[in-house]
Design a protein around this ligand. Structure first.
Ligand SMILES: [Zn+2]
Length: 325
């Protein structure tokens, strides 16, 4: 028996999450191996060794997709700027992936693009062809799908929704500009806002106590838990949600998608964030029918990018090409 399986891998600074399975069910085997931020060859070697242990008798990897944070040149198969993987910058990802899985059709993608591909095929975006996804993690990533195709841009820099500037004199963003969406709705920005609020003379006692108790270990989950009984904590999510809505409203005016998917750890705050987001977005949208565009939570969690990478590779195999996209 020769069973062709599909692999998807999502490379982060600490772990590579993988999903292996048949085309329709790429999450049959999932797990993670440690990534080596200095070496793609060592990392992909580790991944290949793990996958070799998992393959059923007669099974082989027929399609392998790799997702990476950073600018991924899907034509040349190279990784550009990659802050979480400094040793990987400029790496020949296609060549490394091909060396690790020589029999496989391969596909490369940016991690948020892969997450959107995953949500589109298996999660919150099923059935949609025009989709926008925002991933609210430490920073904010974005991805856009138009007529079923991921938008990568001419220089592979499209979808940087996190750096849409919402207020040119707003808080400083990690990118060096001010008032980017990321500075409000990424966890780094939200936690900074919480600390500023706690330090204000009229900051609520509850928020002040939480910030003092957690110190550097404070998380947006701590803030979301407090928000149920503390007006200052609730206001932090309302303000972040309104900023998110400002960005989403702008995107709805430009792209008019089927729906907008909000993922990432900060999105676990749910309606605290999405409620104000919907109200603000609707107020910005010009097209009356588009005001009701669904703005929904992601469904696949941290598995989305690995599942999406697998799907992109399977689609490449089905398309009859073994080359880099
Ligand atoms: Zn920025």
């Amino acid at each position: 028996m020769n069973r062709s399986l599909t692999l998807g891998a999502d490379v982060g600074g600490t772990y590579v999450k993988y999903a292996l399975g048949d085309d329709g069910e790429p999450g049959r085997w999932t797990g993670e191996v440690a990534s080596d931020p200095a070496s793609p060859a060592i990392t992909l070697g580790r991944l290949a060794a793990r996958i070799a242990e998992l393959l059923p008798p007669g099974g082989r990897v027929g399609a392998a997709g790799l997702a990476c944070a950073g600018i991924v040149d899907v034509e040349a198969g190279r990784l550009g700027r990659a802050p979480n993987l400094p040793g990987w910058e400029g790496a020949d990802l296609a060549g490394q992936l091909r060396a690790a899985f020589p029999d496989a059709a391969i596909a490369l993608s940016n991690d948020v693009n892969a997450a959107l591909a995953g949500e589109a095929r298996f999660g919150a975006g099923r059935g949609g062809r025009d989709l926008v996804m925002l991933a609210l993690g430490t920073g904010v990533g974005g991805a856009v799908m138009i007529e079923g195709r991921l938008l990568v841009g001419h220089r592979f820099g499209a979808g940087e929704v996190g750096h849409m500037i919402l207020d040119p004199v707003g808080p400083l963003c990690g990118c060096g500009n001010r008032g980017c969406l990321e500075a409000y709705a990424g966890s780094r920005g939200l936690l900074a806002a919480a600390r500023r609020r706690a330090a204000a003379p009229d900051g609520s006692p509850g928020l002040r106590a939480l910030v003092a108790a957690r110190g550097e270990t404070l998380t947006t989950r701590d803030l979301a838990d407090l928000a149920a009984r503390d007006p200052d904590a609730a206001a932090l999510f309302r303000e972040a949600g309104e900023r998110l809505g400002q960005a989403v409203g702008n995107l709805l005016n430009v792209l008019d998608p089927d729906l907008v998917i909000i993922g990432g750890g900060v999105a676990a705050a749910g309606e605290l964030l999405l409620g104000p987001c919907r109200v603000t977005a609707a107020a910005i949208v010009l097209c009356e029918a588009a005001r009701a565009t669904p703005i929904v939570p992601a469904q696949l969690g941290s598995a989305a990018a690995a599942l999406g990478a697998a799907h992109l590779a399977a689609a490449r195999l089905a398309g009859g090409t073994r080359e880099t996209p």
